[in-house]
Design a protein around this ligand. Structure first.
Ligand SMILES: [Zn+2]
Length: 489
């Protein structure tokens, strides 16, 4: 039956990435039917009668057809933890602050000077940066989250907004009631929902939030079926405070509070100081740990994700903020994940002995360590596993919607790739390239929440030339000048 829906769009290609999550990825000829912000249906097509099958589908389904021929259609990337507005600190001299606690020594001081209008203006630039990195959905965590949601809507990026909640320390500590209210307001906003913008609870961390505020967050999360998105076990100071105040580790305390057993879902960011006993608390629950490789390299050191995998825990990959990463390119992080299968050898005793003494025996011993690591962690580097950490994995974190897969009901966030671009050449294994190459130059078309971003064939150029981007850039420039002037003083 022809529905006559004016919103319906058909996107077809001989190469569409289907599967993800429990289902293996495959590249097949298919036609996606988009209805509004979501994928309504996915029709596999017989490659031998591709044109005829498409014509028939258009006839029966209605709507306009975009046939991308041999170009590859894949899910857009998901960045499951960021602070879009913090890009304004990109390039500010962090060298001194990186020696200590970056969050407390620098961020809290500067963030206290931002107005809600500053946050919206800076979040817009972070949103544009994300789109041009092939990201269709972000999980953002920031003060004045309602302004971040507004920026997402203006720019046309989908997102899950967690309004940062604090009541013990940090720049938001006197505004937690308004922040809880804003969380509910974002959740109730149907206009935001139609553009793929959702809500989550955002307690900041275990040392900046009281048991009482965790209790209120948990109650709201349960009432509205929202995930709880927070930083946990990210610094030794946080760990120590938790230990002194509650006699438990950060994850141990969350367990005691009922957050781990009662929340509809949790998104647990960093988890560097999470022991085996802490990690065991996460087994089997609706929990996702978030690994932010390049950010952790700057503010701390990389979490033990090899162990997370060994323990069978679900974990995803994010950028964190531009200020301690410099990039909103979540795909780029995957190469660091792949490197986990060998990097430990550099700091092994065997290699240290080789560096001190040289000689073939020590060289062989160091290689032995590398081989053992490789055998233990080789699956971390498989393209399908890597892509799952920025596609289906984070796409399944919110109880109320799915993304990161091209399947009925999922958010219609997808990229069309030009496989003739040299970054894919010789294009025998596009999934490998999507995980390990620099494919962004080959981004031919981008759809977020069912809407095309920019122009087909020139996504980045057309976005940058748009009046909307020019105005957003100008406003952000004017605002950052004032902020940096106060920093320098
Ligand atoms: Zn963060």
């Amino acid at each position: 039956m022809v529905s006559g829906s004016s919103q319906r769009a058909l996107l077809a290609s001989r190469r569409v990435v289907l599967g993800g999550g429990e289902v293996p990825l495959e590249i097949v000829a298919a036609c996606l039917v988009l209805d509004g912000a979501t994928i309504e249906a996915v029709h596999r097509i017989d490659d031998d009668c591709y044109a005829d099958s498409l014509a028939e589908l258009v006839e029966t389904t209605g709507g306009s057809l975009s046939d991308y021929g041999d170009r590859l259609i894949s899910p857009a990337f998901i960045n499951p933890h960021t602070h879009l507005a913090l890009g304004f600190l990109r390039g500010v001299d962090l060298r001194r602050a990186c020696r200590g606690n970056l969050v407390e020594d620098l961020f809290f001081k500067v963030e206290g000077r931002l107005s809600p209008e500053d946050i919206q203006a800076f979040a817009r630039i972070g949103a544009y940066d994300s789109l041009l990195c092939g990201v269709g959905l972000v999980w953002d965590h920031y003060y004045a989250g309602e302004r971040v949601a507004a920026a997402l809507r203006e720019v046309g990026l989908a997102g899950v907004v967690a309004v940062t909640l604090q009541d013990l320390a940090g720049p938001g500590k006197d505004r937690w009631e308004a922040a809880l209210e804003a969380t509910a307001v974002i959740d109730d906003d149907e206009g935001l929902r139609s553009q793929g913008v959702y809500s989550a609870l955002g307690p900041h961390a275990t040392d900046t939030v009281s048991a009482d505020l965790f209790g209120r967050s948990l109650a709201l999360a349960r009432q509205r079926e929202l995930p709880i998105h927070l930083h946990v076990a990210q610094s030794p100071e946080e760990y120590q405070r938790c230990w002194e105040r509650h006699g438990r580790s950060p994850l141990g305390w969350l367990d005691e509070l009922g957050v781990l057993s009662e929340a509809p879902a949790t998104v647990l960011v960093h988890g560097i100081y999470a022991s085996r006993a802490d990690l065991a608390l996460l087994t089997g629950g609706p929990h996702r740990l978030v690994f932010c490789p390049y950010s952790q390299l700057v503010f701390g050191f990389p979490a033990a994700v090899g162990l997370w995998s060994e323990l069978g825990l679900d974990w995803v990959v994010a950028t964190d903020c531009a200020s301690n990463n410099d990039s909103m390119n979540v795909q780029k992080e995957l190469r660091f994940v792949a490197g986990q299968r060998t990097v430990g050898a550099t700091w092994s005793d065997s290699f240290r002995e080789f560096l001190e003494q040289g000689g073939p025996e020590h060289a062989a011993a160091a290689w032995g360590v590398r081989r053992a690591l490789f055998d233990a962690h080789h699956q971390l580097a498989e393209p399908e596993a890597l892509l799952g950490r920025v596609w289906a994995g984070p796409g399944a974190m919110h109880p109320r919607f799915t993304a990161g897969v091209l399947a009925p009901g999922a958010l219609a966030n997808l990229i069309v790739w030009d496989l003739d671009h040299p970054a894919f050449w010789p294009a025998v294994d596009p999934l490998h390239c999507l995980a390990m190459s620099d494919p962004l130059g080959a981004m031919w078309a981008l759809y977020v929440a069912g809407r095309p971003v920019g122009e087909v064939g020139d996504v980045a150029g057309s976005v940058l030339r748009s009046a909307e981007y020019q105005a957003a850039h100008q406003e952000a420039n004017e605002r950052i000048k004032r902020i940096l002037a106060t920093l320098g003083g």
